[in-house]
Design a protein around this ligand. Sequence first.
Ligand code: MCA
Ligand code: AMP
Length: 503
Amino acid sequence: MENNNLYALFDTKFTARGDQTAFELPSGKSYSFSEISAASGRFANFLTETGAKPGDRVAVQVHKTVEAVILYLACLRAGLVYLPLNTAYKSAEIEYFLTDASPSILVCDPKDEQPLSAIASEAGVDTILTLDKAGLGSLIEKAESYPEYFETVSRASDDLAAILYTSGTTGRSKGAMLTHNNLSSNAKTLVKGWAFEQKDVLLHALPIFHVHGLFVALHCAFLSGNKVIFLDKFDADTVIEQLPKASVFMGVPTFYTRLLDSEKLNKQSCKNMRLFTAGSAPLLEETFNDFTRKTGHVILERYGMSEAGMITSNPYAGDRIAGSVGFPLDNDVRVVGEDGKVVADGEIGILEIKGPNVFKGYWQMPEKTASEFRDDGYFITGDMIRKDDRGYYRIVGRSKDLIISGGYNVYPKEIESYLDEMPGILESAVVGRPHPDFGEAVVAFVITDGTERIVEADVVDFVKNKLANFKVPKQVFFLSELPRNTMGKVQKNELRNLAEGRS
Ligand code: MCA
Ligand code: AMP
């Protein structure tokens, strides 16, 4: 039987590239392809020895290091299901993921081992391992003595490779189950569509707990055998310093606005670049145009989601249009109106998709899964699309109540549910407002019940104590009541206008 394990695809390249550099850090430290293979073999042997079996989940909340990437590869090799978690998540958020996904193994930063151990044991986690900012920890110590040879576990194409949690409109996060075939098909599509070649050098500044940094960027590099210049986080100066050595860069729009703010970005710094891509959030036309003016490069904007990887892309060869996300990649798409019928070209509807990239369903949520798929297998993205007269797709809105801040998704419902529990708050509503750095910023409107004196800092601190920083409101407004329509529904458009000072 053919082994559809995604790692088997990478393995061919890793073996061919041998002692060439796979990862280079700004410090000068590097890792060859052989070293990556050997270390992932050791990790895979060790993880298997802990008793974890193919299909078991491995939850990972660690800093961005090459060792964390090796851990991901080891999970693929051992048939374990990788479950990456944003490093910004606080204990209460982690508790939900561990309880929901019941992983066998948790890998976390050493400083979180003690605080997370009770939660992990309650959730049935068998093994806790650590990995720190420097790529050291119990995972490394324990795996060190294991052999580097590991026979990659055979996987069927629809076996799970990863679970990525995406927040839900109801406030409860859903685990999108991604199969080996979902990931490999999308990676192959992108390598071809974006003309990757072995000589490319990828400058990597994205976090590796989301689709963009982990799958889109790294899979293209692995399938092409590219060197990756690996930054532990985005920092405009470091990116500009490293750019002359690179040929491909991928970023969220905030990366591009921050790069444009720097005097040091110019045509010379981009002299060896062939491709800049943007996605995860809308790229403003102004950013697109300013970037071309300053660097001579036209950013290629693409669109995707955790449930499906990349769905559309502007062309590599052909016009890249500002404000558009290009054409469908290797998935069938249709734009559907409120009546459930496909709309005429040029009209607005919700994008529905079907293809090898589309996920298997939400982890342990059969009803939720069923409600987001049509009977004929199309997945309802919730993104509102209009096809323009040249056939380019444009995202014109979202039917889901979602804020995208600096590339991170924030579901207002989650923050509202939490704020409604704050002593002294009667009710709340959360919206996004335009933000020059993050694209959108989280803003909260609260109604107090008059029992205690509450100021903005109290509300901010309350959220900060429990939820990831990017979900914390950047501004809080106090109202005497929330604007509602005759049906009693909160009028979020009115609140957005209020937040922008437009009413
Ligand atoms: C940090 N903060 C944020 C954000 N990031 N607030 C709102 N939105 C954010 N995204 C908080 C910090 O905690 C801090 O709060 C304050 O804002 C300022 O932080 P700063 O130092 O400026 O932030 P940073 O560390 O430089 O991070 C900003 C960032 C980062 C580099 C833009 O957010 C980032 O890497 N974003 C990329 C997200 C991404 O990869 N998305 C892909 C999802 P305080 O002062 O209180 O401490 S995958 C996806 O969406 C699909 C599939 C797709 O199509 O790709
Ligand atoms: P996530 O589920 O976190 O992966 O976020 C996916 C969502 O990000 C999509 O459903 C879109 O709403 C949004 N998104 C991704 N890429 C783009 C883009 N280029 N322009 C506008 N929105 C985007």
